[in-house]
Each structure stands twice: as structure tokens, then as C-alpha cells.
Design a protein around this ligand. Structure first.
Ligand code: CO
Ligand code: ZN
Length: 333
């Protein structure tokens, strides 16, 4: 792949899909890839499982469709919505941001008057959809409804900026890989998972069903390259990252070695990722049944879990081309 398909990526990024509400994302992905795969199915929890048949190893690839968001807990008499978080939501980042519900209703996040910025907590905050009474609000939103950040995506030659790059960018890399992979040497199960942000739920059930011999997730990871950032060796734009660890997984040593060798062979710039918190789908895959050698291809991402997550366009393109090579390689274990 030489260029990002702006239209496909933008639509994927802007599609509504907080954890547990991935239907629209799933429909979009299914439509895009169905002509390029041999089998496609949806499991009980809503994971989309697309297979490209090949004679070699049975490999499960995973990228999560869900995004972080908010769920309405209470509607007050003036029509303001109180909420709880779905996944890792920061109060500071959320203040004054727009959110969108499944029916298209848009609101903004506000906060009570506080003496100190330190007092900013989610329970001091509310969503304002412009209603002036409970009745007016209830015509658009119910208790239990969910919403996610609403912000336009920017795509240019240098970078992509958008909410939900975690992990639609992983989904996008998998979709492009599916479209471009011609001769298939391994038995590939591309799984677009649900509810990763709530504790890696979809990958758990889908791995149980697929029973892979090898697991590889695609997800975002943090960087240490912004002014006075927390110390971390990763930089945006300096290549895809091969995970060594996060809080859910130590990458299987043989798989890590293989992923590194393939990067060297194809002259792909790569970085080793040591993430000191968080986890991803491979955390569930590697503990499935009797255990599955698993790893992660990570995309160095700035401002994770904000409305303006940022990745390098080149890293995305490299990741697709690297995937095309890795998935057709001989796994020596
Ligand atoms: Co996340
Ligand atoms: Zn993620």
C-alpha cells in the first residue's frame, strides 16, 4: 500500500461505536471486506470474524472496533445528563468536548462551578444537549444511552488526527491487509473485536471459538516523544512497534523474534514497545484454552483516549505492508 484511502479511514473513524454498541462499525467493516474473504461470521458478543483460507498456520489477528465513551445515568429537571464512563475517560480531556449519541444527538460536556481544577471529576460533570427541561431531553436521550467523542478527522501526508484511532486504526490496517493480500499462505482469521476498552472481553470469546495457533493484535500504544513526556522509547513516525510487554501480556519470545526478523528482512523501521500500563486483545488470546503464542503490532500514538489522538501516516502505511509480509511468512515454531 502506498497511500491511505482517506474516505474509508475517515468514515471508519467517524462511525459510532462505544463499547457494547459496535453494530455500525461492524456493518461498515463487513461491507468493506466481504468480497475479499472466504468466510465471515458474527459471534454472540458481536465480534466480526473474517477468514482468508490458507494451508499454513492458523493465525488470529485482532483489532478492537469499540471506542471509549459515556453512559447516561440520570437526567435532571433542567435537561442536563449525568453520566458514567465507558472505559478510560479523563475528566480534564472531556471538558468542553462534543459528544454524539447513536441517534445523532450532539451534546457538549460541562462542569459545575469548582473552586479548583483539581476538583474536576466525572461526577461534577454533565452533558448538555441543549434541552431546557427533563421532558425535552427525554425525547432524545434515555437513561442507559451511550455516546462518544464527536470530532472531525484530519488526514494528511504527515499524520492522522481523530478520536477513536484507538483502535479503528488497527481495524483499518487489518482491512487494508485483507484487501491487498493476494496469495494466502497461512489460515488467517481476522477478528474485529468488541468491548476491549472494558477489559478485553470480545477477544476472549472469539479466541475460544477460533482456537488459533498464533495470535497477533493490532492496537495503539503510547509514545515518549512530546515535550517532557513520561520516559518511553517510542516515537511517532519512527516505525511500527513490536510489543515486548504490557500489563496483559509478555509477547511470546519466539513470536517476538519472528516479528523482529521479518521487520529486518523487509527493511521496515521498527521499535520495541515496553508499555507500563494498559493491555490489549492479545492479553486474552494468549490465555485462551491451553495457551497461544501471542504478540502485538502497535502503532505509536500521541494523546491516546482524547478527541485528537495522533498517528503518523507513514507508520500506518508501513504497518499494512509489514502485515502483508508477516502474514505470508513461515512461522518457525
Ligand atoms: Co484504549
Ligand atoms: Zn485500544
Amino acid at each position: 500500500m502506498e497511500k491511505i484511502n482517506d474516505q474509508v479511514l475517515k468514515e471508519l473513524l467517524m462511525t459510532f461505536g462505544p463499547s457494547g454498541h459496535e453494530e455500525k462499525v461492524r456493518q461498515f467493516i463487513e461491507n468493506e471486506i466481504k468480497d475479499y474473504v472466504d468466510e465471515i461470521q458474527v459471534d454472540v458478543l458481536g465480534n466480526l470474524i473474517a477468514r482468508k483460507k490458507g494451508p499454513g498456520k492458523k493465525i488470529m489477528l485482532a483489532g478492537h472496533m469499540d471506542q471509549i465513551g459515556f453512559m447516561v445515568t440520570y437526567i435532571d429537571k433542567n435537561g442536563f445528563l449525568r453520566f458514567t464512563n465507558i472505559g478510560g475517560i479523563s475528566p480534564t480531556i472531556s471538558l468542553s468536548q462534543r459528544v454524539i449519541f447513536n441517534n445523532g444527538t450532539i451534546g457538549v460536556i460541562g462542569s459545575e462551578h469548582l473552586e479548583s481544577a483539581k476538583d474536576l471529576k466525572l461526577d461534577k460533570m454533565y452533558i448538555d444537549i441543549g434541552a431546557t427541561s427533563k421532558e425535552e431531553a427525554e425525547k432524545l436521550v434515555e437513561i442507559g444511552d451511550v455516546c462518544g467523542y464527536h470530532h472531525d478527522a484530519t488526514i494528511d501526508d504527515l499524520k492522522v488526527i481523530s478520536p477513536s484511532l484507538d483502535d479503528r486504526i488497527g481495524c483499518y490496517i487489518m482491512m487494508e491487509t485483507i484487501k491487498e493480500l493476494k496469495e494466502v499462505k497461512n489460515d488467517l482469521y481476522f477478528v474485529f473485536t468488541v468491548q476491549e476498552e472494558l477489559g478485553i472481553r470480545g477477544a476472549k470469546t472469539s479466541a475460544y471459538r477460533v482456537e488459533p495457533e498464533i495470535g497477533i493484535a493490532y492496537d495503539v500504544t503510547m509514545t515518549g516523544d512530546t515535550p517532557k513526556a513520561r520516559t518511553m522509547a517510542l516515537k511517532m513516525g519512527k516505525g511500527l512497534a513490536i510489543k515486548a510487554r504490557d500489563n496483559s501480556l509478555i509477547t511470546h519470545p519466539k513470536l517476538k523474534e519472528h516479528l523482529v526478523n521479518e521487520a529486518k528482512k523487509g527493511n521496515f523501521p521498527y521499535q520495541i514497545e515496553v508499555l507500563e500500563f494498559g493491555g490489549t486483545d492479545s492479553g486474552a488470546i494468549h490465555l485462551s484454552k491451553e495457551g497461544v503464542p501471542s504478540g502485538v503490532i502497535s502503532i505509536p500514538t500521541r494523546y491516546i483516549h482524547s478527541t485528537c489522538e495522533m498517528v503518523s501516516t507513514k507508520d500506518v502505511i508501513d504497518s499494512v505492508n509489514y502485515s502483508l509480509q508477516v502474514l505470508n511468512s513461515d512461522f518457525p515454531f
